[in-house]
Design a protein around this ligand. Structure first.
Ligand SMILES: *Cc1c(COP(=O)(O)O)cnc(C)c1O
Length: 474
């Protein structure tokens, strides 16, 4: 086993065994001095709610948006000064956001970009001409596009896609895929997208590094947020998020962030950030900082709603299959219990949940309709019949969003590969929001009945009985 995930709530210096509290949360060279170092012993919800210090000059509890692009300096010697000089190199809003993310992911440095995709681009910059990437075989469509349509052509970078989710023979598959000296990146997305399986991050990292210790292990942790998963505690070198999703959480910011412990990796990312210039605006950083204040509360509710909905859908006669890693029937269920952050586990135990019956693990689930996987019509019609749940790309916001991956987010994956991954037209991906879950159930039920129903009266009573049972168990 790799380092066990402790619930050391913040180890901003990136080293759980280092007792020194003197290291600042994250100190990019152009950040202003800290006047607000939340103690490293503070817990998750305290770190998030206190993620922005009051403005020093006025005491304003919520710092303003620093729109200035240029800052007056004292003299010509500006290299290495801690105050901001030019907003692309750093500004108060971005620094605040980065510091809070470094703490939440138990890292040392956080580097923010204008999108999750810009983070991916900066990380692929580690590979170099003719290099090689080993990637999980089921991942975000845009990342797949960068690997197979951009860097493959511009830099001759080859990517080998590997099943990193099936536990049997995992080390052997990693060993076969790694090309010693040529493989620079191991790309993990966990949970995977859209089939919501988990990668054993500790096991895969160890297997890759046993082949070549120089490999950089990246985890795209967008689907869980730091509440449910802290990949740096499991042996990853980089954790990245599309801030656009859960971290901001309100469907109004496009942004990305990478968090690392290693100084050299941080320098690489800082160079890409400042020199290539895909930086977020101060306003976006300000909004995302506000979003993060409620991260823990939101993630717990996303998880609660998603588990309830997954259980309800499992009992629905018009649904063939439900894919939610917190269901005991899911192949990654054991791994969820092992890999989730101790804090998210404890929070559920504290509410009296019996985790052997189901685990709340973020808000993403998929389900398969009882229809022909090669026919896109039933799914397409179902999504148009919904009134509360919105047919839209994206995920992780307070409102529930639904989509058909085969036609909307994963159409560029060759059909043969898609079907092998179980992404048929019958598969529907749902980002469960914070609505009253009963309204989500009613909405799905009426749409399912319209498109695939009607359900016989005995089956009907089964749906409502299951509903009643749910109320007492969840
Ligand atoms: C959305 C997303 C991305 C890309 O992020 P953008 O902010 O849209 O550029 C990367 N990975 C995952 C898992 C995503 O969901």
């Amino acid at each position: 086993m790799a380092p066990t995930a402790t619930d050391t709530e913040a180890t901003p210096n990136g080293n759980a065994n280092n007792n020194s509290n003197s290291v600042a949360l994250a100190a990019p060279t152009d950040s202003p001095p800290h006047h607000h170092d939340p103690s490293p012993t503070l817990r998750f919800d305290t770190l998030t709610t206190h993620n922005a210090a009051p403005e020093q000059s006025t005491g304003a509890l919520i710092p303003g948006i620093a729109l200035a692009t240029a800052y007056a300096v004292d003299d010509v010697h500006i290299q290495g000064v801690s105050r901001p000089t030019y907003t692309r190199f750093g500004n108060p809003n971005r620094n605040t956001f980065e510091e809070s993310l470094a703490a939440l992911e138990h890292g040392k440095h956080a580097i923010a970009f204008s999108s999750g995709t810009a983070v991916t681009t900066a990380l692929v910059g580690l590979v170099g001409n003719g290099g090689h990437i080993v990637s999980v075989d089921s991942l975000y469509g845009g990342t797949h596009k960068i690997f197979t349509q951009i860097v493959s052509k511009t830099q001759g970078i080859e990517t080998t896609f590997v099943d990193l989710c099936t536990p049997q023979g995992l080390e052997e598959r990693v060993k076969q895929a790694v090309r010693v000296g040529q493989t620079k990146l191991l790309w993990i997305e966990s949970p995977t997208n859209p089939d919501i399986r988990l990668v054993d991050i500790a096991r895969v990292s160890k297997a890759a590094k046993a082949q070549d210790p120089a490999i950089t292990v990246v985890v795209d942790s967008t689907f869980t947020s730091p509440w449910y998963q802290n990949p740096l505690e499991l042996g990853a070198d980089v954790v990245m998020h599309s801030v656009t999703k859960y971290l901001n959480g309100h469907t109004d910011v496009l942004m990305g962030v990478a968090i690392v412990r290693d100084d050299a990796l941080a320098s690489h990312l800082r160079l890409h950030q400042s020199a290539l210039g895909a930086v977020p605006s101060p306003f976006d950083c300000w909004l995302a900082t506000r979003g993060v204040k409620t991260l823990g509360v939101r993630m717990r509710e996303h998880g609660r709603n998603a588990l309830r909905l997954a259980q309800w859908l499992s009992a629905h006669p018009l649904v063939r299959d439900v894919v939610y890693p917190g269901l005991p029937s899911h192949p990654s269920f054991e791994l969820v219990a092992r890999q989730m952050t101790p804090r998210s586990k404890q929070a559920q135990l504290d509410t009296g949940l019996d985790l052997s019956q189901g685990i709340q693990y973020s808000g993403m689930l998929s389900f398969r309709l009882d229809c022909d996987p090669s026919d896109s019509e039933p799914g397409a019609r179902l999504l148009k019949e919904l009134n509360v749940i919105t047919l839209a790309l994206s995920l992780g916001g307070v409102e529930s969003l639904i989509e058909q991956p085969s036609t909307m987010t994963h159409w560029m994956v060759p059909e043969e590969e898609r079907l092998k991954l179980g992404i048929g037209h019958d598969l529907i991906r749902l980002s469960v929001g914070l609505e009253d879950v009963r309204d989500l159930q009613d909405d799905l039920d009426q749409a399912l009945q319209k498109v695939l129903g009607p359900v016989s009266s005995t089956d009907q009573s089964q749906i409502s009985v299951t509903n009643k049972k749910r109320k007492t168990t969840a």
